[in-house]
Design a protein around this ligand. Structure first.
Ligand SMILES: Cc1ncc(COP(=O)(O)O)c(C=O)c1O
Length: 417
Protein backbone atom coordinates (compact mmCIF):
# COMPACT_ATOMS: atom_id res chain seq x y z
CA UNK A 1 0.00 0.00 0.00
CA UNK A 2 1.28 3.48 -0.81
CA UNK A 3 1.26 5.40 2.42
CA UNK A 4 0.32 8.93 1.33
CA UNK A 5 -3.14 8.28 2.63
CA UNK A 6 -3.58 11.87 3.85
CA UNK A 7 -3.23 13.19 0.26
CA UNK A 8 -6.29 12.04 -1.65
CA UNK A 9 -8.56 13.49 -4.33
CA UNK A 10 -11.65 15.13 -2.98
CA UNK A 11 -13.86 15.20 -6.06
CA UNK A 12 -11.57 16.41 -8.85
CA UNK A 13 -9.03 18.18 -6.62
CA UNK A 14 -6.14 16.79 -4.59
CA UNK A 15 -6.40 17.60 -0.89
CA UNK A 16 -4.27 17.33 2.22
CA UNK A 17 -6.57 15.93 4.91
CA UNK A 18 -9.64 18.18 4.44
CA UNK A 19 -7.90 21.11 2.77
CA UNK A 20 -7.76 21.37 -1.02
CA UNK A 21 -4.29 22.05 -2.34
CA UNK A 22 -5.41 24.68 -4.88
CA UNK A 23 -6.76 26.78 -2.01
CA UNK A 24 -3.43 26.57 -0.22
CA UNK A 25 -1.59 27.61 -3.38
CA UNK A 26 -3.94 30.58 -3.80
CA UNK A 27 -3.36 31.70 -0.20
CA UNK A 28 0.35 31.02 0.25
CA UNK A 29 1.77 30.88 -3.27
CA UNK A 30 4.07 28.26 -4.73
CA UNK A 31 6.42 26.49 -4.40
CA UNK A 32 4.91 25.43 -1.10
CA UNK A 33 5.57 22.53 1.25
CA UNK A 34 2.33 21.13 2.66
CA UNK A 35 2.53 18.75 5.63
CA UNK A 36 -0.23 16.62 7.11
CA UNK A 37 -0.30 16.46 10.90
CA UNK A 38 -2.35 13.26 10.80
CA UNK A 39 0.28 11.61 8.65
CA UNK A 40 2.97 12.46 11.24
CA UNK A 41 0.77 10.98 13.95
CA UNK A 42 0.04 7.84 11.89
CA UNK A 43 3.68 7.14 11.08
CA UNK A 44 4.85 7.76 14.65
CA UNK A 45 2.14 5.47 16.01
CA UNK A 46 2.85 2.74 13.49
CA UNK A 47 6.53 2.81 14.52
CA UNK A 48 5.60 2.65 18.20
CA UNK A 49 3.13 -0.18 17.61
CA UNK A 50 5.75 -2.20 15.76
CA UNK A 51 8.25 -1.95 18.63
CA UNK A 52 5.69 -1.96 21.48
CA UNK A 53 7.10 -5.19 22.95
CA UNK A 54 10.58 -3.73 23.37
CA UNK A 55 11.50 -1.20 26.08
CA UNK A 56 12.70 1.59 23.83
CA UNK A 57 12.93 5.29 23.31
CA UNK A 58 12.29 6.83 19.88
CA UNK A 59 14.36 9.88 19.06
CA UNK A 60 13.10 11.54 15.87
CA UNK A 61 16.08 12.40 13.70
CA UNK A 62 15.57 16.10 13.24
CA UNK A 63 17.77 16.33 10.14
CA UNK A 64 14.98 14.82 8.03
CA UNK A 65 12.68 17.80 8.63
CA UNK A 66 13.67 20.39 11.21
CA UNK A 67 10.63 22.66 11.07
CA UNK A 68 9.84 23.58 14.69
CA UNK A 69 6.21 22.56 14.25
CA UNK A 70 7.12 19.14 12.90
CA UNK A 71 9.52 18.58 15.80
CA UNK A 72 6.96 19.73 18.36
CA UNK A 73 4.20 17.58 16.83
CA UNK A 74 6.36 14.46 17.16
CA UNK A 75 7.63 15.50 20.60
CA UNK A 76 4.02 15.95 21.66
CA UNK A 77 3.45 12.29 20.82
CA UNK A 78 6.30 11.28 23.12
CA UNK A 79 9.29 11.32 20.81
CA UNK A 80 12.74 12.54 21.78
CA UNK A 81 15.19 13.89 19.20
CA UNK A 82 18.43 12.94 17.54
CA UNK A 83 20.37 16.07 16.56
CA UNK A 84 23.52 16.43 14.52
CA UNK A 85 24.71 20.00 15.19
CA UNK A 86 24.41 22.92 17.54
CA UNK A 87 21.81 24.35 15.16
CA UNK A 88 19.64 21.24 15.35
CA UNK A 89 20.02 21.15 19.14
CA UNK A 90 18.88 24.78 19.23
CA UNK A 91 15.86 23.89 17.08
CA UNK A 92 14.91 20.88 19.22
CA UNK A 93 15.14 22.89 22.44
CA UNK A 94 13.25 25.78 20.88
CA UNK A 95 10.50 23.35 19.80
CA UNK A 96 10.14 22.40 23.46
CA UNK A 97 11.97 19.06 23.55
CA UNK A 98 13.45 18.35 26.97
CA UNK A 99 17.28 18.05 26.89
CA UNK A 100 17.12 14.70 28.66
CA UNK A 101 15.24 13.40 25.59
CA UNK A 102 17.92 14.53 23.11
CA UNK A 103 20.87 12.55 21.78
CA UNK A 104 23.63 14.41 19.94
CA UNK A 105 25.40 12.75 16.99
CA UNK A 106 27.90 14.01 14.43
CA UNK A 107 31.33 13.07 13.19
CA UNK A 108 32.73 16.62 13.53
CA UNK A 109 31.37 18.38 16.58
CA UNK A 110 33.08 21.69 17.27
CA UNK A 111 34.21 22.51 20.84
CA UNK A 112 31.44 25.10 21.18
CA UNK A 113 28.84 22.53 20.09
CA UNK A 114 30.13 20.05 22.66
CA UNK A 115 29.98 22.76 25.33
CA UNK A 116 26.44 23.72 24.26
CA UNK A 117 25.31 20.08 24.47
CA UNK A 118 26.90 19.63 27.92
CA UNK A 119 25.49 22.86 29.26
CA UNK A 120 22.05 21.97 27.91
CA UNK A 121 22.17 18.57 29.65
CA UNK A 122 21.49 16.27 26.69
CA UNK A 123 20.99 12.57 27.40
CA UNK A 124 23.98 11.33 25.36
CA UNK A 125 26.81 12.71 23.27
CA UNK A 126 27.65 10.11 20.67
CA UNK A 127 31.39 10.14 20.07
CA UNK A 128 32.85 9.06 16.76
CA UNK A 129 36.64 9.10 17.38
CA UNK A 130 39.29 8.85 20.06
CA UNK A 131 40.14 12.52 19.50
CA UNK A 132 36.52 13.49 20.02
CA UNK A 133 36.37 11.54 23.29
CA UNK A 134 39.43 13.47 24.50
CA UNK A 135 37.81 16.75 23.44
CA UNK A 136 34.56 15.94 25.26
CA UNK A 137 36.53 14.99 28.39
CA UNK A 138 38.53 18.23 28.29
CA UNK A 139 35.48 20.44 27.74
CA UNK A 140 33.45 18.61 30.39
CA UNK A 141 36.35 19.15 32.82
CA UNK A 142 36.46 22.87 32.02
CA UNK A 143 32.72 23.12 32.65
CA UNK A 144 32.92 21.05 35.83
CA UNK A 145 30.59 18.44 34.33
CA UNK A 146 30.57 14.73 33.76
CA UNK A 147 29.64 13.88 30.16
CA UNK A 148 27.27 10.99 29.37
CA UNK A 149 28.66 9.50 26.19
CA UNK A 150 27.88 6.72 23.76
CA UNK A 151 30.42 5.37 21.32
CA UNK A 152 29.27 5.20 17.74
CA UNK A 153 30.53 1.91 16.34
CA UNK A 154 31.24 1.46 12.66
CA UNK A 155 29.96 -2.11 12.23
CA UNK A 156 31.43 -2.41 8.72
CA UNK A 157 28.13 -3.46 7.18
CA UNK A 158 27.51 -2.17 3.67
CA UNK A 159 23.76 -1.78 3.46
CA UNK A 160 22.38 -1.85 -0.06
CA UNK A 161 21.04 1.64 -0.66
CA UNK A 162 22.25 4.72 -2.52
CA UNK A 163 26.03 5.01 -1.93
CA UNK A 164 25.60 8.55 -0.57
CA UNK A 165 23.41 7.27 2.27
CA UNK A 166 25.24 4.15 3.41
CA UNK A 167 27.07 5.00 6.63
CA UNK A 168 28.00 1.73 8.33
CA UNK A 169 30.84 0.74 6.03
CA UNK A 170 34.42 1.03 7.30
CA UNK A 171 35.46 3.03 4.26
CA UNK A 172 33.08 5.80 5.35
CA UNK A 173 33.93 8.53 7.87
CA UNK A 174 31.37 7.48 10.47
CA UNK A 175 31.94 5.81 13.83
CA UNK A 176 34.82 4.01 15.49
CA UNK A 177 36.23 0.79 14.01
CA UNK A 178 35.98 -2.39 16.00
CA UNK A 179 39.79 -2.68 15.81
CA UNK A 180 40.14 0.55 17.82
CA UNK A 181 37.74 -0.39 20.59
CA UNK A 182 40.29 -1.87 22.99
CA UNK A 183 42.10 1.49 22.98
CA UNK A 184 38.80 3.32 23.43
CA UNK A 185 37.77 1.21 26.42
CA UNK A 186 41.23 1.75 27.99
CA UNK A 187 40.83 5.46 27.52
CA UNK A 188 37.85 5.55 29.84
CA UNK A 189 40.25 4.59 32.65
CA UNK A 190 42.07 7.90 32.17
CA UNK A 191 39.36 10.29 31.00
CA UNK A 192 37.71 11.08 34.30
CA UNK A 193 35.01 13.43 33.04
CA UNK A 194 33.27 10.83 30.88
CA UNK A 195 30.72 8.12 31.68
CA UNK A 196 30.24 5.50 28.99
CA UNK A 197 26.50 4.91 29.01
CA UNK A 198 25.72 3.78 25.48
CA UNK A 199 26.75 2.10 22.26
CA UNK A 200 25.45 3.43 19.00
CA UNK A 201 25.29 2.67 15.29
CA UNK A 202 23.55 4.01 12.21
CA UNK A 203 24.08 1.97 9.07
CA UNK A 204 22.44 4.20 6.47
CA UNK A 205 19.12 5.33 5.16
CA UNK A 206 16.23 3.87 3.13
CA UNK A 207 17.38 0.29 3.84
CA UNK A 208 14.95 -2.37 2.62
CA UNK A 209 16.73 -5.52 3.79
CA UNK A 210 16.22 -6.40 7.47
CA UNK A 211 19.31 -8.61 7.26
CA UNK A 212 21.68 -5.61 7.40
CA UNK A 213 20.15 -4.48 10.68
CA UNK A 214 20.44 -7.97 12.14
CA UNK A 215 24.07 -8.31 11.06
CA UNK A 216 25.05 -4.90 12.45
CA UNK A 217 23.04 -5.34 15.66
CA UNK A 218 24.70 -8.69 16.36
CA UNK A 219 28.08 -6.97 16.04
CA UNK A 220 26.90 -4.23 18.41
CA UNK A 221 25.78 -6.90 20.90
CA UNK A 222 29.21 -8.58 20.81
CA UNK A 223 30.73 -5.24 21.73
CA UNK A 224 28.05 -4.70 24.39
CA UNK A 225 29.02 -8.03 25.98
CA UNK A 226 32.75 -7.21 25.86
CA UNK A 227 32.04 -3.83 27.45
CA UNK A 228 30.02 -5.51 30.21
CA UNK A 229 32.90 -7.97 30.83
CA UNK A 230 35.17 -4.96 31.26
CA UNK A 231 32.81 -3.59 33.90
CA UNK A 232 31.04 -0.89 31.88
CA UNK A 233 27.37 -0.48 32.78
CA UNK A 234 25.98 0.24 29.33
CA UNK A 235 22.36 1.37 29.69
CA UNK A 236 21.58 2.38 26.09
CA UNK A 237 21.89 0.59 22.77
CA UNK A 238 21.17 3.00 19.94
CA UNK A 239 20.30 1.24 16.70
CA UNK A 240 20.03 4.44 14.63
CA UNK A 241 17.51 5.17 11.90
CA UNK A 242 17.34 4.24 8.24
CA UNK A 243 13.93 2.52 8.13
CA UNK A 244 12.50 2.76 4.64
CA UNK A 245 9.44 4.37 3.11
CA UNK A 246 7.68 3.89 -0.21
CA UNK A 247 8.47 6.56 -2.77
CA UNK A 248 7.49 4.53 -5.80
CA UNK A 249 4.37 2.34 -5.46
CA UNK A 250 6.09 -0.16 -7.77
CA UNK A 251 8.81 -0.57 -5.13
CA UNK A 252 6.98 -0.80 -1.80
CA UNK A 253 9.11 -0.45 1.32
CA UNK A 254 9.59 -3.37 3.70
CA UNK A 255 6.93 -2.91 6.41
CA UNK A 256 8.30 -1.65 9.73
CA UNK A 257 6.85 -4.73 11.43
CA UNK A 258 9.37 -6.92 9.59
CA UNK A 259 12.24 -4.97 11.17
CA UNK A 260 10.61 -5.27 14.59
CA UNK A 261 10.10 -9.03 14.13
CA UNK A 262 13.80 -9.52 13.48
CA UNK A 263 15.20 -7.04 15.98
CA UNK A 264 13.04 -7.50 19.07
CA UNK A 265 14.14 -11.11 19.79
CA UNK A 266 17.81 -10.17 19.70
CA UNK A 267 17.51 -6.85 21.53
CA UNK A 268 15.01 -7.69 24.28
CA UNK A 269 17.29 -10.10 26.19
CA UNK A 270 20.00 -7.42 26.59
CA UNK A 271 17.95 -5.59 29.23
CA UNK A 272 19.35 -2.33 27.79
CA UNK A 273 17.14 0.60 26.86
CA UNK A 274 16.97 0.62 23.08
CA UNK A 275 17.08 3.92 21.22
CA UNK A 276 15.80 4.27 17.64
CA UNK A 277 16.42 7.34 15.50
CA UNK A 278 13.94 7.23 12.62
CA UNK A 279 13.88 10.32 10.44
CA UNK A 280 12.58 9.57 6.96
CA UNK A 281 10.13 6.94 8.24
CA UNK A 282 8.26 9.51 10.33
CA UNK A 283 8.11 12.42 7.92
CA UNK A 284 8.73 11.47 4.26
CA UNK A 285 5.16 10.75 3.28
CA UNK A 286 3.69 13.51 5.43
CA UNK A 287 4.49 16.32 2.96
CA UNK A 288 4.10 17.27 -0.66
CA UNK A 289 5.85 20.01 -2.56
CA UNK A 290 3.22 22.00 -4.39
CA UNK A 291 4.37 23.66 -7.59
CA UNK A 292 2.82 25.57 -10.47
CA UNK A 293 3.41 24.82 -14.13
CA UNK A 294 4.97 27.93 -15.64
CA UNK A 295 5.38 26.69 -19.20
CA UNK A 296 4.91 23.59 -21.23
CA UNK A 297 7.25 23.08 -24.13
CA UNK A 298 8.09 20.44 -26.68
CA UNK A 299 11.43 20.18 -28.43
CA UNK A 300 12.12 19.17 -32.04
CA UNK A 301 12.26 15.48 -31.09
CA UNK A 302 8.77 15.70 -29.63
CA UNK A 303 10.05 15.54 -26.06
CA UNK A 304 7.71 17.28 -23.63
CA UNK A 305 8.70 19.44 -20.66
CA UNK A 306 6.71 20.84 -17.80
CA UNK A 307 8.71 23.84 -16.57
CA UNK A 308 7.52 24.35 -13.00
CA UNK A 309 8.28 26.93 -10.32
CA UNK A 310 9.89 24.41 -7.92
CA UNK A 311 13.46 23.33 -8.54
CA UNK A 312 16.39 21.39 -7.15
CA UNK A 313 16.71 24.33 -4.73
CA UNK A 314 13.49 23.20 -3.02
CA UNK A 315 13.86 19.43 -3.50
CA UNK A 316 17.34 18.25 -4.34
CA UNK A 317 16.73 14.52 -3.96
CA UNK A 318 16.09 13.76 -7.65
CA UNK A 319 19.27 15.65 -8.65
CA UNK A 320 21.41 14.29 -5.82
CA UNK A 321 20.26 10.67 -5.55
CA UNK A 322 18.16 10.23 -8.70
CA UNK A 323 15.29 9.63 -6.31
CA UNK A 324 11.82 8.88 -7.54
CA UNK A 325 8.95 11.07 -6.38
CA UNK A 326 5.41 10.45 -7.59
CA UNK A 327 3.89 13.56 -9.13
CA UNK A 328 0.14 14.16 -9.28
CA UNK A 329 -1.82 16.89 -10.98
CA UNK A 330 -3.85 18.78 -8.38
CA UNK A 331 -6.78 18.85 -10.83
CA UNK A 332 -7.55 15.44 -12.27
CA UNK A 333 -7.31 15.02 -16.05
CA UNK A 334 -8.56 12.25 -18.31
CA UNK A 335 -5.44 12.15 -20.48
CA UNK A 336 -1.77 11.76 -19.70
CA UNK A 337 1.47 12.64 -21.45
CA UNK A 338 5.08 11.57 -20.93
CA UNK A 339 7.20 14.53 -19.89
CA UNK A 340 10.19 15.75 -17.91
CA UNK A 341 9.26 17.93 -14.95
CA UNK A 342 12.01 20.52 -14.64
CA UNK A 343 12.68 23.66 -12.62
CA UNK A 344 14.00 27.13 -13.44
CA UNK A 345 17.56 26.58 -12.12
CA UNK A 346 20.47 26.74 -14.59
CA UNK A 347 21.62 23.12 -14.16
CA UNK A 348 20.76 20.13 -16.30
CA UNK A 349 20.39 18.19 -13.06
CA UNK A 350 17.49 20.45 -12.12
CA UNK A 351 14.65 18.02 -12.63
CA UNK A 352 11.92 16.60 -10.40
CA UNK A 353 11.07 13.72 -12.74
CA UNK A 354 12.32 12.44 -16.06
CA UNK A 355 10.28 10.72 -18.74
CA UNK A 356 7.27 10.47 -16.48
CA UNK A 357 3.72 9.64 -17.45
CA UNK A 358 1.74 12.44 -15.92
CA UNK A 359 -1.73 14.01 -16.18
CA UNK A 360 -1.87 16.38 -19.15
CA UNK A 361 -2.17 19.49 -16.98
CA UNK A 362 -1.85 22.87 -18.64
CA UNK A 363 0.18 26.00 -17.99
CA UNK A 364 -0.83 27.69 -14.74
CA UNK A 365 -2.05 24.45 -13.19
CA UNK A 366 -0.63 22.83 -10.06
CA UNK A 367 1.38 19.67 -9.53
CA UNK A 368 2.06 17.95 -6.21
CA UNK A 369 5.41 16.22 -5.76
CA UNK A 370 4.69 13.48 -3.23
CA UNK A 371 6.77 12.06 -0.38
CA UNK A 372 8.75 15.28 -0.05
CA UNK A 373 8.73 15.49 3.77
CA UNK A 374 12.16 14.03 4.47
CA UNK A 375 15.37 15.69 3.27
CA UNK A 376 13.26 18.14 1.26
CA UNK A 377 12.74 21.58 2.81
CA UNK A 378 15.77 21.08 5.08
CA UNK A 379 18.05 20.82 2.06
CA UNK A 380 16.61 23.83 0.28
CA UNK A 381 19.00 26.60 -0.73
CA UNK A 382 19.16 30.08 -2.19
CA UNK A 383 21.24 28.98 -5.20
CA UNK A 384 20.40 31.01 -8.32
CA UNK A 385 19.01 33.70 -6.01
CA UNK A 386 15.97 31.61 -5.27
CA UNK A 387 13.76 32.15 -2.25
CA UNK A 388 13.44 29.17 0.04
CA UNK A 389 9.79 28.08 0.05
CA UNK A 390 6.98 28.65 2.49
CA UNK A 391 5.66 25.71 4.54
CA UNK A 392 2.14 24.98 5.72
CA UNK A 393 0.95 22.46 8.30
CA UNK A 394 -2.55 21.04 7.87
CA UNK A 395 -4.65 19.51 10.60
CA UNK A 396 -8.14 18.39 9.53
CA UNK A 397 -9.69 21.41 7.85
CA UNK A 398 -7.20 23.89 9.34
CA UNK A 399 -4.01 25.06 7.67
CA UNK A 400 -1.34 27.23 9.27
CA UNK A 401 1.74 28.84 7.85
CA UNK A 402 4.75 27.34 9.65
CA UNK A 403 7.50 28.93 7.58
CA UNK A 404 7.32 32.15 5.63
CA UNK A 405 8.85 32.27 2.15
CA UNK A 406 12.25 33.98 2.04
CA UNK A 407 12.31 37.55 0.83
CA UNK A 408 14.80 39.32 -1.45
CA UNK A 409 16.01 41.33 1.57
CA UNK A 410 16.85 38.10 3.39
CA UNK A 411 18.99 37.01 0.45
CA UNK A 412 21.49 39.77 1.22
CA UNK A 413 20.93 40.40 4.91
CA UNK A 414 24.16 38.77 6.09
CA UNK A 415 26.36 40.32 3.48
CA UNK A 416 28.66 43.16 4.39
CA UNK A 417 28.50 45.61 1.50
C1 LIG B 1 23.03 9.27 13.12
C2 LIG B 1 21.78 9.28 12.33
N1 LIG B 1 20.64 8.85 12.90
C3 LIG B 1 19.47 8.84 12.23
C4 LIG B 1 19.40 9.25 10.92
C5 LIG B 1 18.07 9.23 10.24
O1 LIG B 1 18.06 8.39 9.13
P1 LIG B 1 16.66 8.09 8.38
O2 LIG B 1 16.10 9.40 8.01
O3 LIG B 1 17.04 7.27 7.22
O4 LIG B 1 15.82 7.35 9.35
C6 LIG B 1 20.57 9.67 10.27
C7 LIG B 1 20.52 10.08 8.86
O5 LIG B 1 21.46 10.40 8.21
C8 LIG B 1 21.79 9.70 10.99
O6 LIG B 1 22.91 10.11 10.43
Amino acid sequence: MFDTIQFQYSGETLACEKVKLDELAATYGTPLYVTSTQSLVDSYQSFERAFADLPHFTCYSVKANFNLNVISTLAGLGSGCDVNSGGELYRALKAGVKPEKIVFAGVGKKPEEIAYALESGVLLLKAESVSELRAIDRIAGELGKNASVAIRINPNVTAETHPYITTGDSKEKFGIDEAELAEVFDLFGTLKNLSLRGLDMHIGSQIFDTGYYVEATLKLLDIFNSAKDLGFGIEFLDIGGGFPVTYDPKKPATPIGHFAEKLIPILAPTGARIIFEPGRFLVANASVLLTRILYRKRNHTGKEFFVVDAAMTELIRPALYHSHHEILSVKRHDTTIVADVVGPVCESSDFLARHREIDAAGEGELLAVLSAGAYGAVMSSNYNGRLRPAEVLVSGSEAKLVRRRDTYEQLVQNEVF
